[in-house]
Structures are given as C-alpha cells and as structure tokens.
Design a protein. Structure first.
Length: 274
C-alpha cells in the first residue's frame, strides 16, 4: 500500500480525480444546458411558424426582459420610427459574409420605445457600410421576433468618428447601448423584423431547427470521466497484487569493475599455487 503515497502516484491520482470532477460538474452540465437552450429555441421557433403575432405589450408587459419562454415569438408593434437615434451594429456575420445590422428605435402609440433590428446590409470594398434605405416615416405596424439583448464583456458604448463617417456604430445589438447613445428610455430586448415588414432591409435568416451535438457531447464527457476513474481503479488493483510494477523489488545494479580490478582477478586466477 505504500506505493499509494509515492509522489508520482499521488500526482496521477490528483490529475485523474480533478479531470473526473470537471467532467461531472462542469463540462457535461455545460453541454446539457446548451442542449436545453437549443431545444427551447427550436420549440419557440416551431410555435412561431403557426402562431399569430401578439401585441408586444401583451407578451412582454411592464418592461419584462425576454427569456427562453418569450424569445423568438412574433409580436406586433404600432408606432413611429426614430431614425435620428439609429445605430449600426458592426462586425456582424450573415450567411458567412461580413455585414452590418441597422438598429432603429420605434416609439409605440402607448409611448414605449422598442429597439427594432431592421436587418442587415453588406460591406463595401473599404469594409464600410453600404448605403441603405431609410426607415419609413409616419405610423407603421411591424411584426418582429422577440430577441434578448446581446452582452458585451467590455461594456463598450456606441461611437462615431471619421472611420464611421459620423454614423453611430456599436459592437453588440443591445437596447441599452442605443438607449445611452440616444438618451431614450428603451425597453429591454430588441425586435428582429421579418420579411416584407415596413423598414426591413435584408431580413436576418432564422436559426436552423437542428438539435445540435450538445447532448452527445454531454454523454461523452460523462464517459471520459468514468473511463478515467475506472482506469485509475484498474491500475491501483493491479499494483496491490503481487508482482505489480511499482511494488516489485528491483535488483540492485552491480557496480562496474575497474580495469585494475579485472586485471587483478586475472592474475589471481593464473598465479600458480606452491
């Protein structure tokens, strides 16, 4: 049993158990959560294909924050676009190509301000935003999909400089970033326009209804953690048995004889006895 206290074996034990704990408590649950999110998204999208749009104030009352239960649902909003507060989201990718997304606040008839994602426009040769159609004036009724605000870990605000030709740009689609740049009180979340809606540019494609690999990845992490523990147990039992690689007494290496010692032995062997 003393081999269990050897530094090498202790280090191996720490590595194996740390890896197994990470598999069971971090990696596998993370993949299970992603699978649950994917299932919720697919369910919401599937339901939205046949459900009639609800008034936004009814689905999300009193500035309720969009969540898995409401995201992707269709809502209708009647109001007026506020193009003076428009912000363009940069560094976007649509169908594998670079693009910008145009974010325009819309003031509803009840006074609530919604951030509407009017869709995307492609880049020009200088990686700048191409000209795009302005939001229609007057009162409009739009149908849009509820989306949760994106999160910027760096908490960067919208900016405008020579590189943007004075146009406000942001790094995320976030209602509160636009609220700070415009001074408007914008409700949480944003609203992505569907095709053929007033003010839509390039309608953003919907996610694919694919379950994804997350569930199988979660099972793999559980299997990896179990295999590591079983491997450690197997080698532990093997070493506890007689003849284990770590428990076998190894013969001492004989000291190499010097040339003088070998010559002396030869002389002793051939010295005649009187």
């Amino acid at each position: 049993m003393r081999f269990l206290l050897r530094p090498g074996w202790l280090a191996l034990t720490v590595v194996v158990f740390t890896f197994a704990v990470c598999c069971y408590t971090l990696l596998s649950p993370w993949q299970f959560r992603r699978d649950a999110e994917q299932v919720a998204q697919n369910s919401a999208l599937t339901a939205s294909f046949t459900a009639k749009p609800q008034p936004a104030a009814q689905l999300l009352p009193q500035n309720a924050v969009p969540d898995q239960q409401t995201e992707w649902h269709l809502v209708s909003i009647t109001g007026t676009y506020l193009p003076s507060a428009e912000v363009v989201a940069r560094l976007r990718t649509v169908q594998g190509e670079g693009a910008y997304e145009v974010l325009t606040p819309l003031r509803a008839t009840d006074g609530t301000v919604y951030l509407v994602d009017r869709g995307y426009v492609r880049l020009d040769d200088k990686s700048g935003v191409l000209p795009y159609a302005a939001a229609p004036g007057g009162q409009v009724t739009v149908v849009a999909r509820v989306r949760s605000d994106e999160n910027d870990p760096k908490h960067r605000d919208a900016f405008a400089d020579a590189s943007t030709n004075g146009k406000l740009q942001s790094y995320t689609v976030d209602s509160q970033v636009v609220a700070r740049s415009s001074g408007l009180s914008i409700r949480p979340g944003y609203f992505q326009l569907d095709q053929n809606q007033p003010g839509v540019l390039g309608a953003l494609p919907l996610p694919q209804l694919d379950s994804g690999p997350y569930f199988s990845y979660a099972l793999q992490w559980l299997a990896f953690g179990t295999m590591a523990l079983l491997g450690w147990l197997y080698f532990t039992i093997r070493e506890l048995r007689p003849g284990g690689a770590l428990t076998t007494e190894r013969p001492e290496r004989s000291r190499r004889k010097s040339v003088a010692e070998m010559l002396a032995e030869d002389e002793d062997e051939y010295t005649p006895t009187g």
